[in-house]
Design a protein around this ligand. Sequence first.
Ligand SMILES: C[S@@+](CC[C@H](N)C(=O)[O-])C[C@H]1O[C@@H](n2cnc3c(N)ncnc32)[C@H](O)[C@@H]1O
Length: 299
Amino acid sequence: MSSLFASSANDSEGTKPRSADNGSAVVQTADVVRDARNPISRHTVADVARYYNEWTPDYINGFGEVFQGARPESTEELLEYIKSAARLEDGLTVLDAGCGVCGPATWFAEHGDLTIEALTISEVQVAEAQQRINRRGLQNRVTVRQGDFQQLAQIYPPAHFDRILFLESLCHAEDYRTVLQQAKQLLKPGGCVYIKDFYAIDNRSRPEVLEMQAQDLRDLNQVYCLMMPDIPRMVDTISALGFDIVYLRQPLYEYSSKPWEKFMEESKLYWLPKLDPNLDINTIEFLISTKTHEVFLNR
Ligand SMILES: C[S@@+](CC[C@H](N)C(=O)[O-])C[C@H]1O[C@@H](n2cnc3c(N)ncnc32)[C@H](O)[C@@H]1O
């Protein structure tokens, strides 16, 4: 991400840099970075549904069938990478939570022996996804439905999935903790959640950029109807829920800004940061699993 980004939207909220929060996790720009441990009220699930119902045609024109901004140029390479990173081995039952138009789900089903449930908040996306599933003859392998991933436990049975994927979708949630807690209930013992998403860079060591980062993040949140967390409190949330972290890392592919640039040109939904965007946000992938070991107390 670089040259194309410059400033766009305007917002009057102030920045409140703080140095510490309860002595554990850190708030750098309190109004624009979410604390993953707590719900936000900045946007609602209904706002996100409206956003995707309105903009899905532009997403298709800009991104194709896979709506991800953090990616290599080739969609094939991206999906190959995610298949391996999320360990989508043959025979598994998978939930794609925030599935877009089932670009990823249909590709995974065509490239492996997988049974996939796909969930999106947008009914426009469900209709688009169903067409793609039918066209590819995948009705027995991919099932798409409209619903809120904050209510996973009401939609799917417990201990049902081997893998649950959040591919640039969790950043839209009102409440990370609720989503991940319910995802955990849906996993079989030893199952994994794979989360690939954006995080606000921790700029405590660069106080001179905090104000500008806050402006960039405020624009970003507003344009794309999301809010990113920082990594420390994301890790805290995951750990508090009892997940084991198998890994957390920056994706290993070579990033290309071209697909996101094309999307912005198509949609006119510009995010044009003032700061080097690499100082604003980064992409992290988490693979987290349910604990399978017993804890024995040594008496
Ligand atoms: C950036 S798109 C990514 C789509 C898809 N993962 C892909 O790679 O093409 C974000 C997706 O998250 C979904 N989403 C956001 N909030 C949701 C919620 N509360 N429940 C279900 N899906 C949600 C949107 O409908 C959209 O499909």
